[in-house]
Design a protein around this ligand. Structure first.
Ligand SMILES: Cc1cc2nc3c(=O)[nH]c(=O)nc-3n(C[C@H](O)[C@H](O)[C@H](O)COP(=O)(O)OP(=O)(O)OC[C@H]3O[C@@H](n4cnc5c(N)ncnc54)[C@H](O)[C@@H]3O)c2cc1C
Length: 393
């Protein structure tokens, strides 16, 4: 006799959404987390159209109608981007009829979860939503964010604007150093986060270096900090694979389950949207892994991972050229990389097109890994200066 239909291990945004939607669908659900009521610490954002329709509009803290990209020129993306309100998202995923257990899972099996205090929960299906482990030398997303009062941020971020990617040469990094860009978004609470971000380096970029680069950007734009600003750190792997085929196993879900887009480092909106697919599969008696991961979606994940490997070996100059080409592709092409789970044909065309438009010609070999395959591997970040440098124009 099982105690519950479903046990979800981990109550990050994705585990909580899954437990909530299963409960709403009439299933008996247990959920385990060491601190089940804790509000998540990272700032989450996504494209507004990625959110599932069952979420109330209140989960959106701020909307950016046409976010800005700076490569060598200024681009606008004609697609609404949004920053989520963590308290509202938490409140929109109530677990009132879920058996919530505060504890750390130590053994997770297909029908049984054991906690550190030896409590066990038996379930017809067990989902593992414990998030990602430390990246080690894997391809990594690293970021250092500084929360700046919106009035102070005004020289760079106007009302209603947001910088999705800023590749202007203001971060003090030289052309022979690993690339990074600035992400700067109003959060809807009177602050703007300025976050220098690195995507795809093996082992990532150290926080100290990212902070130095963020501070250089702020100085370059005349933004003076008070010294009391909060900061946040991101450092997680981008190459988490999808689960293997096969029914009757523990089902990894959310970032743990390959739902992190390797090309962007985003997983929250996709995982929220996929919760109902997993629940529907269980209710129909079919395999949730097969429902979540049809071959087209696996192929898209594989192609994005190839793109991530290419990205992680580019110089700043090459990255700028690649993103310039990318943000000139069609809206459908952009979505195939950024969001859509199964548009493999468009995604393939965008990747080929990006390489084909890379100039000078020999840069193409870097992209596909024939040359400079391990360009930034074991880069000696510790030898870079620790103080903020003069921005290079
Ligand atoms: C600073 C920062 C900014 C980010 N910004 C974005 C963004 O804008 N958009 C986006 O999509 N993604 C963003 N990400 C990525 C983000 O981490 C993940 O997308 C998101 O948190 C994944 O959610 P999750 O529920 O899968 O895992 P997590 O949020 O990592 O949650 C895992 C949960 O499992 C619990 N757990 C762990 N081990 C156990 C155990 N043994 N037993 C029980 N419970 C356990 C943890 O306590 C935690 O509550 C950002 C990450 C960081 C760090």
């Amino acid at each position: 006799m099982r105690e519950v239909d479903m046990c979800v291990v981990g109550l990050g945004p994705t585990g909580r959404a899954l437990a909530h939607r299963a409960m709403r669908a009439g299933m008996t659900v247990a959920a385990v987390d060491p601190r089940p009521d804790r509000l998540w610490s990272p700032t989450y954002a996504c494209w507004a159209d990625e959110l599932p329709p069952w979420l109330p509009a209140t989960v959106i803290a701020t909307r950016i109608p046409r976010p800005t990209i700076w490569t060598t020129t200024h681009h606008r993306v004609n697609r609404q981007y949004c920053v989520l309100s963590k308290p509202e998202l938490h409140a929109a995923l109530p677990l009132d009829n879920v058996l919530v257990v505060a504890g750390r899972a130590t053994h997770i099996e297909p029908h049984r979860v054991e906690l550190a205090d030896r409590t066990t929960i038996t379930a017809t299906t067990v989902f593992d939503a414990r998030g990602l482990t430390s990246p080690g030398r894997r391809r990594t997303a690293s970021a250092h964010g500084i929360f700046v009062d919106a009035d102070l941020a005004a020289p760079m971020i106007d009302d209603g604007d947001g910088l999705l990617m800023d590749w202007r040469p203001d971060n003090g990094a030289g052309p022979k150093e690993p690339p990074s860009f600035l992400y700067a978004m109003p959060l809807g609470d009177g602050t703007v986060v300025f976050e220098e971000t690195s995507l795809g380096l093996a082992g990532g970029m150290p926080q100290r270096e990212l902070r130095r680069r963020t501070l250089n950007r702020l100085v370059a734009h005349g933004i003076r900090l008070t010294g009391t600003e909060r900061s946040e750190a991101a450092h997680y792997p981008l190459d988490q694979p999808p689960p293997k085929h096969g029914a009757g196993q523990v089902i990894p879900f959310g970032s743990r389950g390959g739902m992190m887009n390797p090309a962007t480092g985003y997983s929250v909106a996709d995982s929220l949207a996929m919760a109902d697919t997993a629940v529907a599969a269980l209710q129909e008696g079919s395999d949730p892994i097969a429902a979540l991961w049809p071959w087209r979606t696996r192929l898209v994940h594989w192609m994005r991972t190839r793109g991530l490997w290419g990205l992680g070996r580019l110089t700043t100059e090459q990255s700028i050229a690649a993103f310039d080409s990318f943000f000139n592709t069609s809206p459908r092409g952009q979505r195939a990389v950024l969001s859509t789970r199964d548009d493999y044909a468009t995604l393939g065309a965008v990747l080929v097109d990006t390489v084909a438009h890379t100039w000078p010609f020999h840069w193409r070999f870097d992209f596909i890994g024939w040359t400079n395959r391990n360009r930034w591997t074991d880069y000696p970040f510790s030898q870079l200066p620790t103080s903020t440098a003069r921005p290079q124009h």
